[in-house]
Design a protein around this ligand. Structure first.
Ligand SMILES: [Zn+2]
Length: 363
């Protein structure tokens, strides 16, 4: 199947709505009023014809070591489900650890089926929630009575989101068949430094590396195989989400990871990569930051700034419209008003202004 660029972008934009919705309903928003209207979807900016679109990637369950597996969900231009997240499976002597629960019933069930295939007679006993975003924690309910480990900030944000969680999963092709009851299950155990689990002779290090993508990011490192499950500290071929981030500290975290003994990095979104891909994601921010700073210094609103900013090859990554929320976040950091919470009102205002400017330009 071939698609024009415009079709591809439209497709991606539609899928992006799903991702935004997934974030909103379960823990993506830190303190939205119950009556707060939803933030409109940002219009994707045009791509940059000087660079190719990123290629699509396939779903896979890839063995990265004898007992180490990455669960990758498909994505890319025209694939549709850009809101889906990746996960990991580690097999021990008598049980399995899963890294992240994914964000929807059908995704979680596929992940559990893959874990069973990797270790047919071993139950899943431990689940890591790398951070509180819905696309990583909404699947918790499908794992049964397991230990769920997270950073304290992640647990706190999931607990905040529990009362507002709908009782049913909405029917959605490839996500939920619409029959499942819905329950947001909070983490049972918190880790705020470094914890090492032993799976046979394989040490598994769970490390707090935030603030970065959020103020509660955990990564899982398997030194023996030089594998890092970086979750949303890494976005490959996908524009990073910084709405809960501290971008400056995120870049410091990336620099620390680049010095680690790691060959393979499993990102939260996008295909499996390594240090080169992680450095490229950092480059996204290193291109964005000076563009934002210039416009902040000139007194532009963040919505107008985002409408002007061009990111070259990064405009051809999946989700280029995230430039709006990322610009809002950088404005907050420049003003010294950044913090763990999502700036819901600031993002709404900026998105409305940005969309109006883009509509005026093309319409
Ligand atoms: Zn996230």
């Amino acid at each position: 199947m071939t698609m024009t660029r415009r079709e591809a972008i439209g497709h991606v934009a539609g899928a992006g709505l799903g991702f935004a919705a997934a974030l909103h309903v379960a823990g993506g928003l830190s303190s939205p009023g119950a009556q707060a209207p939803p933030i409109p979807a940002a219009t994707p900016p045009p791509g940059d014809p000087r660079f190719p679109m990123v290629p699509s990637w396939k779903a896979e369950f890839r063995k990265l070591g004898p007992d180490v597996f990455a669960f990758i969900q498909a994505g890319g231009p025209g694939v549709g489900a850009q809101g889906v997240s990746n996960a990991g499976v580690l097999v021990g002597d008598d049980h399995v650890m899963v890294i992240d629960a994914t964000g929807a019933p059908l995704h979680a069930k596929a992940l559990i089926a893959a874990a069973l295939q990797a270790a047919p007679r071993k139950p899943i006993r431990r689940l890591i929630n790398t951070h509180h975003h819905g696309d990583h924690v909404n699947g918790n309910q499908f794992f049964g009575p397991v230990e769920i480990c997270s950073h304290p900030y992640c647990r706190q944000e999931v607990l905040k989101a529990v009362p507002g969680t709908p009782r049913k999963w909405d029917k959605r092709e490839g996500w939920a068949d619409g029959t499942e009851d819905r329950k947001l299950v909070p983490p049972t155990t918190t880790i705020d430094g470094r914890m090492v689990y032993y799976y046979g002779d394989m040490p598994v290090e769970v490390r707090f590396v935030g603030p970065a993508h959020t103020y509660g990011d955990l990564v899982v490192y398997i030194p023996q195989y030089k594998v890092l499950f970086a979750s949303d500290v890494a976005f490959f071929d996908v524009a990073p989400f910084a709405h809960n981030a501290h971008v400056g500290k995120w870049l410091e975290t990336v620099d620390r990871i680049l010095k680690m003994d790691v060959d393979t990095i499993v990102p939260g979104h996008g295909p499996i990569g390594g240090k080169k891909e992680l450095a490229e994601m950092a480059e996204y921010f290193r291109v964005l930051i000076p563009e934002v700073r210039k416009r902040y210094d000139a007194g532009l609103t963040p919505g107008r700034a985002a409408a002007q900013i061009r990111l070259g090859k990064f405009d051809n990554w999946i989700g280029p419209e995230r430039v709006v929320m990322n610009t809002v976040r950088l404005y907050n950091e420049l003003r010294g008003t950044g913090g763990p919470d999502y700036d819901v009102e600031g993002t709404r205002r900026a998105t409305e202004e940005y969309n109006a400017i883009l509509a005026g330009r093309t319409g």
